[in-house]
Design a protein around this ligand. Structure first.
Ligand SMILES: [Zn+2]
Length: 214
């Protein structure tokens, strides 16, 4: 439970809505899960199997959808992340949380960090990072426009699930489930449809730029 909603329920619902919208545009969509189940009961294995889907030659984009939370329960807005070294402490805390939290989260963040450090010497990874950053920026802005939720920005982070992505890959926080009004909105199916529409528009806008020849 993240405040007013259960994260895995909201993000699965949004993912299914997004899939329908994109398929209508002729885009093939594969979900890392299409029912309410983990790919593996082990968090590391679960994240690794999801990550493997971003490392497939048949995939052009990889998007991981999440619901945000903050200790003060007062923040609202959307954020987008791409793989890279987290710079400010707030982002580091967010990364650890999304990497499983606690001791496990810290361990997986260390592993991802060592991969992120290698980007500095890898021009192919650098190019993919730029496209991922652009995708994050486009998704964040379109999502904010579609929902009216403030855009808080796009940031680099050492996310385990993104670390080996060979294609533009982002992690999107669609809103704060623990904010008194945003949390309640996220519980509303009509609002989730707008979230999915914003994400679909962002994906279509990014693909229309056509600038990420591989
Ligand atoms: Zn999450």
């Amino acid at each position: 439970m993240v405040g007013y909603v259960v994260e895995k329920e909201v993000v699965l619902d949004v993912a299914l809505r997004l899939k329908r919208l994109l398929e209508r545009e002729g885009i093939e969509v594969r979900l890392t899960r299409d029912k309410d189940a983990h790919l593996s009961p082990d968090k590391r294995e679960d994240l690794s199997r999801r990550a493997a889907m971003a490392d497939s030659s048949r995939v052009n984009l990889f998007i991981s959808i999440h619901v945000n939370a903050t200790p003060t329960h007062t923040a609202q807005g959307v954020e987008a992340y791409y793989f890279g070294r987290a710079q400010d402490p707030r982002v580091v805390a967010q990364v650890i949380r999304e990497n499983g939290g606690g001791e496990l989260g810290r361990r997986l963040t260390e592993e991802a960090k060592s991969v992120a450090e290698r980007i500095l010497t890898d021009i192919v990874a650098q190019a993919n990072q730029r496209y991922s950053q652009r995708l994050a920026e486009t998704l964040g802005r379109k999502l904010s426009q579609a929902t009216g939720s403030p855009y808080r920005g796009s940031f680099p982070g050492d996310f385990f699930v993104l670390r080996y992505a060979k294609v533009p890959a982002v992690l999107v926080e669609i809103g704060f489930g623990d904010h008194p009004s945003e949390g309640r909105r996220l519980a509303d199916p009509a609002y989730r449809e707008r979230v999915a529409q914003g994400l679909a528009e962002g994906i279509l806008a990014f693909l229309a730029q056509g600038a990420f020849a591989r």
